[in-house]
Design a protein around this ligand. Sequence first.
Ligand code: ADP
Ligand code: ZN
Length: 619
Amino acid sequence: MHASNQRSATTALFDAAPTESPVDVLRRVWGYPAFRGKQADVIRHVMAGKDALVLFPTGKGKSLCFQLPGACLPGVTVVISPLVALMRDQVEELKALGIAAECLWSQQSEEESRDVRARLRAGQIKLIYVTPERVVLPGFAGLFGDVPISLIAIDECHCVSSWGHNFRKDYLGLGKLKELYPGVPRIALTATADPHTRDDIIRQLELDDAAVFGDSFDRPNITYHIAERDNARSQLIRFLQRHEGSSGIVYCLSRRKVEETAAWLNDHGIKARPYHAGMDPAVKAENQDAFRMEEDLCLVATVAFGMGINKPNVRYVAHLDLPSSVEGYYQETGRAGRDGLPSEAFMIYGMQDIVQRQRMIDEGDATDEIKRIERAKLSALLGICETAGCRRKAILSHFGEAAPDRCGNCDTCNNPVETWDGSESSIKALAAVYRTGERFGTAHVIDVLLGKDTERTRKFGHDQLAVFGVGKELPAHAWQSIFRQLLALGYVRVAHDEYGALKLEPAAHRVFKKEVAVILRRDAVDTVRKRERGKPVVAATRARLTDEDEKLFQALRAERLAISKTLGVAPYVVFPDTTLVSFATVRPKTEQEMLSISGVGATKFARYGEKFMAIIAGG
Ligand code: ADP
Ligand code: ZN
């Protein structure tokens, strides 16, 4: 965009009223009516020159905690971010608000870099985004001339911990910041909930004196839904049809599956693009960019697609394979609904996933200790997949957070799962494992339970066993479900050194002795299908709009897209969906009414307010 415009807008915004309070700045510049959660506390704290560690879940508005102080404090705020895509996105958003922000990165043109440096020295830049390796280079401080550094923000600070996912070696160097910039307050931010990672962050970044600001990790606008795999592709299509016209992410485990799924979706009328680490970098970048710019694209990706996603209106995240852990699942699904509007997390999985995952752990070359941790992580995830209770409660309690018994916004709350006393069936299942010598996988054990005449049952003489055919009262998929649950409950395990054979765990004896009742969930019915018979879930954002408002919303969306194309920025940089929804329902007609809508600040109003008002007047 136009650098000179940016500059004059900023000067006007901040020099005119140097005594404005943070909330006044929030209202005038961001156009938001109030701080969210603990934002105000954090901002007050860092503006008083003190260190902070901010642990908010995705979407709670971490960025504002350093962006607003950065805009208000004298001097410059240095923001350290692990990914260029993330930096550029935030810089774009700040510029759209009229705040002088820039980034320095290695592939910038010489001319651009020179311009940024000159403006830095002249004190014309409020927030400068840099990569971790650059900030610790000797001479970095020299870039600023006499302009003081007011604040250092370390975004995605869990990258410093080798415990979390996303460990970045460059982040380790940030431990030196305290020594390099004595007296400059630091704010570190992450959405990682795990206490171990948090302690690691404090240690590595020397944040012992920092105040820790935490918030509930709940994401109330995300609906959780986990289903048994039946026919993965048709389950996925049915799910995606409910999100027509919106953007989302479909995660797959392998690159090949990513490619195949994307191609298949395109053949079936769903606009999809693949993304994985093995792609041609140019195509990869193009697909990532398409995801930012387009509003109805399904991105099929491996977990390589992640951290750089700033898009607030990701309406769904689907997992076609079991994620790596509860932490991974929560991080990936957390990419949905940063704007706070209803969004959906959907996962399908089956016995095969568990077997495969256990094999990966067992055959990996990690130490026994790491393998033990990996197994524990897998069983925690299975516990959530197989719970008959509220998913949200199960997830939050994994992170040590209390939650009500029913959230009312997950599959098990919406369609309560029937439970049944599966003790008798469990005894049969466990006996079949035992009698066949704990040497076979589920498929064969189920054949035995069903009394199937197969080559293997005959070859091993299993057709002669007392358990042969004792499970005929239930179909094969019910037995699959029982075995998955026995696994999740810790009564059996899968041994990979023996080709996926089921083994009894010591706890199984208590089942045999009838010392415990085995309460199981009855999940033979695919809840997507069940829900489809009822009222379809329309693309969530628009669910609340009347037909009339919907028409206006679409017209506003088209205008937003046109503006975003002209400016070369993502549509959500112009206005988020939440703002357009308010335009369509409140229908502001005057400048005053327009400015009272959340997301409309002075600069955005000046730049595009009239255009939207004209459409509203005509709508
Ligand atoms: P996080 O980094 O915690 O995931 P972001 O900083 O990206 O969250 O903020 C998520 C969304 O919420 C952004 O679109 C942001 O503009 C918006 N937001 C942040 N603070 C507020 C607020 N006080 N009122 C309204 N919207 C806000
Ligand atoms: Zn629930």
